[in-house]
Design a protein around this ligand. Structure first.
Ligand code: FES
Length: 115
């Protein structure tokens, strides 16, 4: 794909590659239909963010940065999503979930199962 873009824009492949690898919102791998971002900023970390990460890794069978086999979710972590007062927090696409704990994860994920 990068070569196609470079050819189409008549610019060196290295220039396209430099942009793609510099900005974290670009990806060279196929992404899931939804993006989960669990906050591991300080407030969320001390209030259980790491437990949420570990639970999601088990439930989704995917590592951080990966995409589930069914292509539903890409799983990432973030450093602060601006909801520190109601930590721990996570996002799925542009929806912020606050005061998340492992018991709430099934209900949260169920909202995205029939899409
Ligand atoms: S540290 Fe998690 S929302 Fe700010």
């Amino acid at each position: 794909m990068q070569a196609f873009i470079a050819d189409s824009l008549h610019i060196p492949l290295s220039e396209v590659s430099g942009v793609v690898t510099f900005y974290s919102f670009f990806s060279t791998e196929p992404r899931g239909r939804h993006t989960i971002r669990v906050c591991l900023g300080t407030a969320c970390y001390v209030r259980g963010g790491k437990k949420i990460v570990e639970s999601l890794k088990d439930r989704l069978d995917v590592d951080i940065g990966g995409t589930t086999k069914d292509g539903r979710f890409t799983f990432e972590v973030a450093r602060c999503i601006g909801a520190c007062g109601l930590a721990p927090a996570m996002m799925i696409d542009d929806v912020v979930y606050k005061q998340v704990n492992v018991n709430k994860l099934n209900a949260i994920l169920a909202k995205y199962e029939n899409e």
